[in-house]
Design a protein around this ligand. Structure first.
Ligand SMILES: [Zn+2]
Length: 246
């Protein structure tokens, strides 16, 4: 959402500056309005400053570029990585501190490294976990909020807004998916389920079970196809086995 706003602002600025006509050409330099820096521009400046700082503080011989001295760049990369990781952490904390942040991603704190939640689960389940953790979901309430054309916020059951809370707790079309979730996890507390490696996939499967997100439909059908009747490939040697040709 922030990105959308940023890029919209950016294009307005660009359009203003590109507008043809004499007025712009006549405008004196000191009257020109400077566009505020975007976050990415600020980050770029930080990185350039970090590189300059690193170069200034290195002994002359270790920063000579010629002669294919690839290894001497390594410490510089490490230094830059540290600086940028710190920037990322600060920005993350700033965002996480905003009062409307309710998703697991923002409430669990920076130090909780969630990558292990995605280990050893099928890709579509990992995607569902990720969507639930960030709560950037393709449910209709959200799609209508961000202005996707032709989308109304109504739920399939007729409720005025299809939100995560509605689908999880109230939707009458989702009784079966909800019951499955309770049977598997013993709870519908998604925030809690999404914190742990053993329960996060159950939460992800619940989202897939709702059938509300198109991108999961094919993966779900493939997974639910009954393959028990399928004949496995026969090992090649059985073809050479004389008993196979009576
Ligand atoms: Zn509903």
């Amino acid at each position: 959402m922030t990105k959308d706003i940023e890029s919209a602002l950016d294009s307005i600025w660009t359009a203003t500056r590109r507008r043809p006509g004499l007025r712009r050409d006549r405008r004196r330099k000191d009257q020109a309005v400077t566009r505020p820096k975007t976050k990415i521009e600020t980050l770029r400046e930080v990185s350039i400053e970090a590189i300059r700082h690193w170069r200034r503080t290195q002994p002359q011989e270790s920063r000579q570029e010629g002669g294919g001295n690839q290894p001497t760049r390594e410490p510089g990369n490490r230094y830059l990585h540290q600086i940028m990781a710190e920037q990322w952490k600060q920005r993350w904390k700033q965002e996480a501190g905003k009062p409307h942040r309710k998703a697991a991603t923002w409430t669990e704190g920076w130090d909780n490294q969630p990558l292990q939640l995605y280990d050893a689960v099928p890709k579509h389940v990992a995607t569902a976990i990720f969507l639930l953790r960030s709560q950037v979901l393709g449910l209709k309430g959200w799609l209508a909020d961000i202005g996707v054309p032709g989308v109304t916020p109504n739920c399939t059951c007729g409720a005025p807004r299809q939100t995560l809370q509605h689908v999880l707790a109230f939707c009458r079309d989702q009784i079966e998916a909800r019951n499955k979730l309770i049977r598997r996890a013993g709870s519908t507390d998604l925030l809690e389920l999404l914190k742990h490696k053993d329960t996060a996939p159950i939460a992800g499967r619940w989202l897939i079970d709702t059938g509300l997100l198109d991108q999961f439909r094919v993966a779900d059908e493939v997974e639910n196809t009954d393959t028990r009747e399928w004949t496995p490939f026969q090992p090649v040697h059985t073809l050479h086995n004389p008993s196979a040709f009576p």
